[in-house]
Design a protein around this ligand. Structure first.
Ligand SMILES: [Zn+2]
Length: 370
């Protein structure tokens, strides 16, 4: 079999077979090692008991295309990424049954903020392993835990000290001495910040010396924080404006694709000329005309009147997700691969990805035929 054929089979079969288990369970290193050796053996052209010489280190074969190799991806990374996804799902799906069950066992925070010495860290349950996967991702140099940020609304569901909502880390880790002086370690943002950004403290004893310096720094840090009427939400896309708000030092916050405006989430996904062009093509495909007041939420929950069936609604939603995903992917391709020019997302890419998304979510053959 040719190298191309072997590569296709590795990607479509050997990579996919363990995905169900990878998505929930922490895979032991010996199993990862065995699976990698099977992929390496097959990819290298080995048959039966005859293996062939590998001329390139397997770790290098796994690297992305841009680095000159085969983009197979490491199974260990896939496992960690899939486990990390549960962190995001836990935070963003608070009303689902599974989150309620986990919260009743491990507490409202799901155990994510427990100290490493806590007994949970030494146990080997499925959820404990998901929590430990976050530590593992952090330990290999990816700022995983710090990537979960709250966007403050009314401050009623964000913990002032323990959640990350201002700057690039929690206030507890930056102002440890002050944190220990607070009477309520679980105080919410709304308990500590009142209208017009004024602070409302409740100390065990008044700060003095070093803690007074910390209090001054903290007051400056939260001086511009304002409560609003809307509820707190988790921040999603790390657009340049969002990264800037988190205090990350950036060269510029202007859109890396068009340079016409600052890169907010709405600009990146909807109003950048590169993004708007994609929406225009997609709307045209549906026989609709794109409006200048685009909104992802509105498009998602209010389908156009031409859609009458549940299946049509699902296809419409798939198309919106796919378009948004491809626009953001295209933007990242330009930013992280430092390309001077990126081809716009083509309509056929949206069509193919939407089809894949829908066909994988249709449970029965009957649904797929429909
Ligand atoms: Zn732009």
């Amino acid at each position: 079999m040719s190298i191309g054929g072997r590569l296709t089979l590795v990607k479509s079969v050997l990579n996919s077979l363990p995905m169900y288990f990878f998505s929930l369970f922490r895979v032991p290193p010996c199993v990862i090692k065995k699976l990698e050796s099977v992929r390496c053996f097959f990819c290298g052209g080995g048959t039966g008991n005859d293996s062939k010489i590998s001329w390139v280190k397997w770790e290098e074969v796994l690297l992305p295309y841009g680095e000159g190799v085969l983009n197979l991806g490491s199974l260990k990374s896939k496992n960690l990424a899939l486990l990390g996804k549960w962190w995001w799902r836990f935070l963003t799906e608070p009303t689902t049954l599974w989150v309620k069950v986990i919260s009743s066992i491990y507490g409202p925070s799901g155990g994510f903020d427990l100290d490493r010495n806590h007994k949970l860290i030494t146990c080997n349950s499925t959820w404990a392993n998901i929590i430990k996967a976050g530590d593992h991702i952090d330990s290999i140099g990816v700022a995983f835990k710090d990537s979960f940020k709250k966007s403050i609304g009314d401050g009623s569901s964000t913990r002032f000290w323990s959640d990350c909502w201002v700057g690039s880390s929690t206030l507890k880790s930056r102002f440890g001495r002050l944190f220990r002086l607070d009477r309520d370690s679980n105080a919410l943002v709304k308990d500590r910040i009142i209208k017009d950004g004024c602070s409302l403290w409740n100390w065990i004893r008044l700060p003095g010396g070093r803690t007074l310096d910390q209090l001054q720094q903290l007051t400056e840090l939260i001086a511009n924080s304002r409560l609003a009427v809307k509820p707190d939400t988790w921040k999603r896309l790390p657009s340049l404006v969002e990264l800037d708000k988190r205090g990350i030092d950036l060269h510029t916050v202007r859109c890396p694709l068009c340079d016409d405006d600052v890169e907010s989430v709405d600009h990146a996904i909807l109003f950048c000329k590169h993004a708007y062009d994609v929406w225009a093509k997609v709307f045209d495909w549906w026989g609709l005309s794109v409006t200048s007041s685009l909104s992802i939420n509105e498009m998602f929950s209010n389908p156009p009147s031409i859609i009458v069936s549940d299946m049509g609604f699902m296809i419409w939603q798939a198309m919106i997700w796919t378009s948004g995903y491809l626009i953001w992917w295209n933007r990242n391709h330009k930013v992280f691969n430092n390309k001077c020019w990126t081809s716009p997302v083509a309509l056929c890419e949206v069509q193919v990805k939407s089809f894949e998304w829908i066909s994988k979510r249709c449970k029965s053959k009957k649904d797929r035929v429909a």
